[in-house]
Design a binder for this molecule. Structure first.
Ligand SMILES: [Ca+2]
Length: 500
């Protein structure tokens, strides 16, 4: 029988596609929000934390026990990861700055993958979660975080446990619904099925993509929102943490006495929440809710790992798991993120790379999240099209013990920075004042050593503080933004920037 040339051609196309898919791994990119080092890391929560799926993932790959954020607040942290540029390069220092109209030529991670033969798909919170941070133009498809659903808008039948709902006059652009209070809001939602939570829906979408055939290799991003406030989770996750077992973190009464004024200011920001929580005797309850949300996020990770195992992609998919920054629950008399200390900067970070990482290994070398962009590109054999601030950690993935003299760097606001080596943390505030902690003797960063005696240590660390901090990017009110056409209009000159 004579074969048709078309069939022969199709055969070779199929072989070529199979080969290229084999050569280039897929990426499952999983982020969580505000998850601090209590999530199964050493020196984390002193009590028991239920994160069986984080343990499962760490058994599949390499856990970085000294991983740090690029910036201890959502938008700058995520922008840094997704653009491969530090806040001091991009000028994106806070949650009120849109990156796309400011840097329209920047190549985000999904864009880098797409322009190199990959399909980029995602769901949930990858960039900052409010409107205008996640231009659809970057993705083949993206399912946005389901804001117009529980637990964001719960109707009137829910009793708020201790704070009252407030109205955000802006609301959300898609639903126009008022926003529930952000601070000090936690609990269970009686009658709401676990599958109806926003994070469940994000993960549903990613699981459905793992069940599909893909002709191209994929970059698949799953942005789990928890344990970001509000701390709502199904009851069974609260039940994992009986209130009598909750451990309140160690707080040194005069801890802030040796901290410069700028550090004291950061510690005092949004302290009102902490004061109210303590006044109402809710500290343990708040910790319980935070832990419940960590475990709920962990359960969502478990669903992803199950789906990955069942899929045909499991042998050829890199998994990277990272949190956008940490969170204080009273340490240093602070509640929230937005400081340069260990609590706000240290994060869970795990990578599993088939053929490279050995399952169940730990790496103690300090890294920061700027490594994600160059590492993924290197592993997927993509040459970066623009300059990146971070370094690839492929050498550590191959051998976690190799000498590594690059510290982790985290920035908060223009001109403020911390450098974390395996042993020390150095902090420098915008007015030049500083802190130094020796983690070999002081893991809670209680004793500020900054001074002449440690001149040599400081000199080694301050080399990594950026020489220049880019001016602040324009704030959101520079533009009119239309979420439907995803267009920004510069109010000054009428210039339009399209993100769709
Ligand atoms: Ca202190």
């Amino acid at each position: 029988m004579k074969r048709s040339p078309i069939i022969i051609l199709l055969f070779f196309v199929l072989i070529a596609a199979t080969l290229s898919a084999k050569e280039r791994p897929n990426v499952l990119f999983i982020s969580v929000d505000d998850m601090n080092d209590w999530a199964g890391l050493s020196r984390g929560y002193p009590g028991k934390v239920h994160v069986p799926n984080l343990k499962r993932l760490s058994n599949l790959g390499m856990t970085f026990d000294n991983a740090y954020t690029a910036s201890p607040v959502c938008c700058p942290s995520r922008t840094a990861v997704m653009l491969g540029k530090r806040p001091s390069t991009s000028g994106i220092y806070n949650n009120g700055q849109w990156w796309f109209p400011h840097l329209p030529k920047a190549i985000s991670l999904p864009m880098a993958f797409r322009s190199n033969g990959y399909k980029a798909i995602g769901a949930g919170k990858i960039f900052h979660h409010t409107a205008g941070f996640n231009p659809p133009v970057q993705w083949d498809h993206f399912q946005r975080l389901v804001f117009n659903d529980d637990p964001w808008f719960r109707g009137k039948k829910i009793n708020y446990p201790w704070s009252k709902p407030t109205k955000n006059p802006a609301g959300y652009p898609f639903s126009g619904m008022p926003r529930i209070p952000h601070e000090g809001d936690w609990g269970t939602i009686p009658g709401l099925d676990e599958g109806k939570y926003d994070d469940s829906k994000t993960v549903d979408y990613v699981i459905s993509e793992l069940g599909k055939p893909h002709r191209k290799p994929f970059f698949l991003a799953c942005g789990i929102f928890r344990p970001h406030l509000p701390w709502y989770a199904p009851k069974k996750y609260f039940d994992l943490y009986p209130i009598e077992d909750i451990v309140i973190p160690d707080v040194l009464k005069d801890d802030l006495d040796d901290v410069p004024e700028e550090g004291k200011k950061l510690a005092a920001s949004r302290r009102g929440d902490f004061i109210r929580i303590k006044e109402q005797g809710k500290w343990k309850e708040a910790i319980q809710a935070y832990l419940a949300c960590i475990s709920f996020a962990d359960a969502q990770l478990g669903r992803l790992l199950d789906a990955m195992k069942k899929s045909k992609y499991s042998n050829n998919t890199i998994i990277v798991f990272w949190s956008d920054h940490g969170w204080h629950l009273g340490e240093k008399n602070h509640w929230h993120k937005s400081t340069l200390w260990e609590e706000a900067t240290r994060i869970p970070f795990i990578m599993s790379v088939p053929g490279i990482t050995e399952g169940g290994t730990d790496c103690k070398r300090p890294i920061d999240t700027l490594c994600i962009y160059p590492t993924l590109l290197e592993l997927c054999k993509i040459k970066p099209a623009n300059e990146l601030d971070g370094v690839s950690i492929v050498p550590l993935l191959k051998n976690p013990e190799i000498p590594w003299d690059i510290p982790a760097v985290s920035e908060f606001g223009r001109g403020q920075c911390t450098v974390r080596s395996e042993r020390y943390r150095y902090i420098r505030y915008s007015d030049g004042t500083s802190e130094l902690y020796d983690h070999s003797r002081d893991p809670k960063e209680w004793n500020n050593l900054s001074g002449e005696k440690y001149h040599d240590v400081i000199k080694t660390l301050e080399r990594f503080i950026p020489d220049n901090f880019a001016p602040n990017a324009p704030s959101k009110n520079t533009y009119d933004f239309d979420p439907y056409s995803y267009t920004w209009i510069d109010k000054k000159n009428g210039k339009e920037i399209h993100g769709k």
